[in-house]
Design a protein. Structure first.
Lengths: 484, 461
């Protein structure tokens, strides 16, 4: 197969294509299990394979994909035809940043391939979790396990040949109860990635047991709690909501294709302009953010992106100053040309596709916030006069340029004079991105830092779902509107 | 091709029966084309031809499914899929209810929503359409974005309970055109949904865009003060709100799980404005309808809300099995939701702007990133996007920056509804995650709701 793909790549180059690549998925497997109130509502597995071909011709992209690989000639020709018509409407001829030709392999670290674990064992894990969640006050209990394994072979006309095997495990447990007014309230647990691997072994029954007890207890506290007051306070975001704040208002805002207008008709743009790099005070000096695709245990680490660029650890925001973006080969060239100066020094290695039948686009890797020097969660609370601790991603809605946001959380704890007072329900907060990050007044130390994952980040047309991560500490922001 | 698909399904059925496996088979084939525009160029031109097969095996109360992307001539690979599903179901935990296995009493085929002329549009035709829709509107500063997505979709089914088959074939197109200003960052949108080639009308899109651009070019944007506004929603915004109501409102299974703002006690009660009538109507071809559901149940117009009275929940078969409810024919990839029009003659933005008014009116065509703040109260939040306008009572028009609404669906569709357009529009709500599933909601062209509160107001784009 590889030889055939290389021959077709060479054939299209000879036919006038400037660049050609092919992503062959010999196999992609998924396994989804969902247990709801003790019922195994979903026990499904899926397998797919196919080839996607991307062709750059006269400054325009064409792409074609098929699961039936019996006629590769037609597949490659269709991709070239698609590029030819696209070349009739070019405003900025696409150029790709330089890269080295790479022959390499990558396998995400795992000790136990989840696809070797019998279904009965997976179901037994869920039954144990379900039993643990089946407590007074719990109206609905959900346990879900998703497993993925992708084998991807990447070949391009510049001489690269890379094979990747990506394995992922995404578990979650959640409980829901009804309060005296009949309103539902939920609490969930998505385990942080504590170890160095991402296989079946990451499902630690002891950790799940402890957290099952915790979420049931906290949900029951929410059921009898007062509503979150309408107020302006300091908000202390635990990793269970800080990861999403980071995702939505740093990650998406700094995708270079959004900044350049390539998502304007769908996902949206960004308030960030090219002139902001090196000048915009994105946050307070306590804010340092990076796109780090090198940490071992996160779905945001994949070895090489779908341009064939090795994983990198790049600064995005350095002590509050905007310095970088989430980039691939095409966008950095266009951004530098449009800006009339060299903002980006080559691709950041963040161009990924969700499947063989989708084209790679800029996706987050692990968009992390560096730990700070404001101590533990207890230390931060002790130094907060009027605040609220928030956790759990209940709802999120962000302006189309990522300029403003509204979040609801599963739980809130009011803080008065350095003391945690009591739980509140229906907690929400909202703000504008840049003023919000400039109000960052405390960043927790390593003890508060966790790698959380996002298994379902949506973007692009045709739509794509991507898996990625966020290593974040506890953070405190001041003067934030809550309870609306 | 249809004969080959059904023949393959019959072969799979025979294989499963020979192996003693109770199974259902869902075949999905798509031929999808998407031309994407950004910065006035074609940023991507793509197509995919994919065949998916989902095999669900049953053993008493146990159920498991296996899916594969395959090719029609790979019968052996599909048969291996049957074996895998059969192996999985052995280890699946029994449900505490009996899942219904579909039994088709007759074969059914529906290609009435398929137009080959639309399904086989060429690259060149798509580009010509787009060029015409933005004729005279692009400048160095005003740039084109959008998509022309089209294709054909086939769903075919069989199961081991009977030899009968179901076959559905549709064609669809979804066009979104955005014009945006590179420096000022405003954006305006026009959209179109097509089930047949005659639905395509680039000139209508051009007129709509030209009207919006005229205002956005010449008016200085303003930050709106917080407070309550009388708001006129466009078709995309109305469809987005109705889509959310289908999720946390009249969905029977979610209601039973506590995720609905509607209750069983409210069935037969007036919950919404008397101006609101909502039907699931599979006779409307613009919705890419299913006239049978996946269980073989005949689908007929189903009343959800009649003049404000909540008529009942819709039930997916599996949820009906679990909660001992009667299925309502809603085991479908998508419903065919139709909101009845009202008595207002104005059905375009141009007509709305021209008509006299006693109060200022905020026009919002599109709601961005809607999410649920509190499902029990129907509380949602979203921001305006793409060409909002404040129509002042003195006849002048102001371009506002985007605003956020955090309100209950009971407010959007309750007694604050002032009027609905007579004319209806098909708002295309298709997403392209996973398998192609074209869908549209038919809505009044415009809906005015008075006294809605703005919870945040942008000071810039």
């Amino acid at each position: 197969m590889r030889k055939q793909l290389q021959e077709h790549i060479a054939r299209l180059r000879a036919a006038g294509a400037h660049y050609v690549d092919a992503r062959w998925y010999p196999v992609e497997e998924t396994n989804d299990l969902l247990m709801w109130n003790g019922n195994l509502k979903e026990a499904s597995a899926a397998r797919e394979s196919g080839v996607g071909v991307r062709v750059l011709y006269k400054g325009a992209w064409g792409f074609s994909a098929a699961s039936d690989t019996s006629n590769l000639t037609a597949l490659f020709d269709k991709a070239l035809d698609n590029a030819r018509i696209a070349a009739e409407r070019v405003t900025f001829p696409i150029r790709l940043a330089e890269k080295d030709a790479i022959q390499a392999t990558f396998a995400s670290p795992n000790e136990i391939n989840p696809f070797t674990v019998p279904l009965a064992e997976k179901v037994a894990f869920m039954q144990a979790m379900d039993a643990k969640l089946n407590q007074p006050g719990v109206f609905q209990r959900v346990c879900a396990l998703t497993f993925m394994r992708k084998q991807i072979v990447f070949l391009d006309s510049e001489g690269s040949e890379i094979e990747k095997i990506i394995t992922e495990v995404f578990p979650t447990i959640e409980v829901t109860g009804l309060d005296a007014q009949g309103e539902m309230h939920s609490r969930k647990f998505n385990p942080a990635r504590m170890g160095g691997t991402r296989g079946w072994e990451t499902l630690d029954m002891e950790v799940f047991n402890a957290n099952a007890e915790r979420i049931v207890r906290e949900m029951n506290e929410v059921l009898v709690a007062d509503p979150c007051p309408k107020d302006v306070r300091s908000v202390i975001l635990l990793p269970g909501i800080m990861f999403l704040q980071t995702h939505e208002t740093i990650g998406h805002a700094l995708e270079l294709d959004r900044i350049l207008g390539y998502e304007l008709a769908y996902a949206g743009g960004s308030f960030v302009r090219l002139s902001d790099f090196g000048t915009l005070r994105y946050g307070s000096e306590k804010l340092t953010a990076r796109a780090d695709a090198t940490i071992p245990n996160s779905p945001g680490s994949f070895g090489y992106d779908d341009d064939g660029i090795p994983a990198q650890n790049n600064l995005l925001i350095d002590k509050g100053l905007l310095v970088g973006a989430i980039t691939g080969r095409q966008m950095v060239e266009e951004a530098n040309a449009r800006a009339g100066k060299r903002i980006f020094d080559g691709s950041g290695g963040a161009n990924r596709a969700t499947a063989f039948y989708r084209v790679p686009i800029e996706r987050m890797t692990n968009i992390n916030i560096d730990p700070g020097d404001d101590g533990t969660l207890d230390d931060i609370v002790r130094n907060t006069e009027r605040g609220i601790i928030l956790d759990g991603d209940k709802s999120w809605s962000i302006g189309s340029n990522r300029e403003q946001f509204h979040f609801a959380t599963d739980i809130g704890w009011l803080v008065e004079d350095g003391q945690v007072k009591h739980v509140v329900k229906n907690a929400t907060y909202q703000g504008e991105t840049v003023p919000f990050y400039n109000s960052l007044s405390a960043v927790g130390d390593e003890s508060t830092w966790e790698v959380q994952y996002t298994p379902n980040c949506g973007k692009g047309q045709p739509n794509q779902i991507m898996q990625l991560g966020h290593g974040v500490p506890v953070c405190r922001f001041d003067n934030v509107k809550i309870g609306e | 091709m249809k004969d080959q698909i059904l023949h393959t399904l019959r072969e799979l059925r025979a294989y499963a029966l020979a192996k003693g496996v109770e199974a259902t088979f869902l075949y999905h084939e798509e031929d999808s084309y998407l031309m994407r525009f950004a910065n006035s160029a074609i940023s991507l031109n793509t197509n995919e031809h994919l065949i998916r097969l989902e095999i669900t095996a049953y053993k008493g109360r146990q159920r498991a499914s296996y899916s594969l992307i395959t090719a029609l001539d790979k019968l052996e690979e599909m048969q291996q899929g049957v074996d895998i599903a059969a192996e999985m179901v052995e280890h699946a935990q029994p449900l505490n209810y009996q899942p219904t296995v579909p039994t088709y009493t007759e074969s059914f085929s529906d290609e009435s929503a398929y137009d080959p002329a639309l399904a086989t549009l060429s690259n060149e035709e798509r580009l010509v359409f787009f060029n015409r829709a933005v004729a005279g509107l692009e400048t160095d500063a005003q740039q084109l974005s959008g998509i022309f997505s089209c294709g054909e979709n086939v769903i075919a089914q069989i199961n081991t309970r009977s030899e009968h088959t179901q076959y559905f074939k549709t064609s669809d197109a979804q066009i979104t055109i955005v014009l945006s200003h590179t420096a000022l960052k405003w954006e305006v949108i026009a959209e179109q949904s097509a089930q047949q080639v005659g639905d395509l009308n680039p000139d209508a899109l051009q007129r709509e865009l030209a009207f919006l651009v005229e205002h956005y070019q010449h008016d200085t944007p303003q930050q709106l003060p917080l407070g309550t506004y009388d708001i006129v929603f466009g078709p995309a915004a109305i469809a987005e709100l109705l889509g959310m109501m289908g999720y946390i409102g009249y969905n029977g299974g979610l209601m039973k799980r506590g995720y609905s703002f509607l209750t069983e006690e409210q069935v037969g009660q007036r919950v919404f404005s008397p101006k609101v009538t909502l039907t699931d109507d599979p006779t409307r071809r613009e919705t890419f309808p299913f006239q049978r559901d996946m269980m073989g149940m005949v689908r007929e117009p189903f009343s959800i809300v009649a003049e404000g009275i909540f008529k009942g929940f819709v039930w997916w078969q599996d949820e009906a099995d679990e909660f001992e409810a009667q299925p309502t024919g809603h085991t479908v990839p998508h419903k065919s939701v139709v909101m009845q029009g009202g008595d207002m003659a104005a059905s375009t933005l141009e007509a709305l702007v021209a008509q006299p008014r006693e109060n200022d009116v905020l026009y919002i065509p599109y709601l961005h990133y809607m999410n649920i703040v509190n499902p029990s109260k129907g509380l949602i939040t979203a921001s305006s996007r793409f060409g909002a306008l404040l129509l002042k009572k003195d006849g002048s028009v102001v371009v506002p920056y985007n605003v956020r609404l955090t309100q209950s669906l009971l407010e959007f569709f309750g007694d604050k509804v002032a009027w609905l357009s007579q004319a209806q529009v098909a708002a295309n709500t298709s997403m392209s995650y996973g398998a192609r599933n074209p869908q549209a909601i038919i809505v009044p062209a415009l809906m005015q709701v008075n006294g809605l509160e703005i919870s945040h107001s942008n000071s810039a784009y």
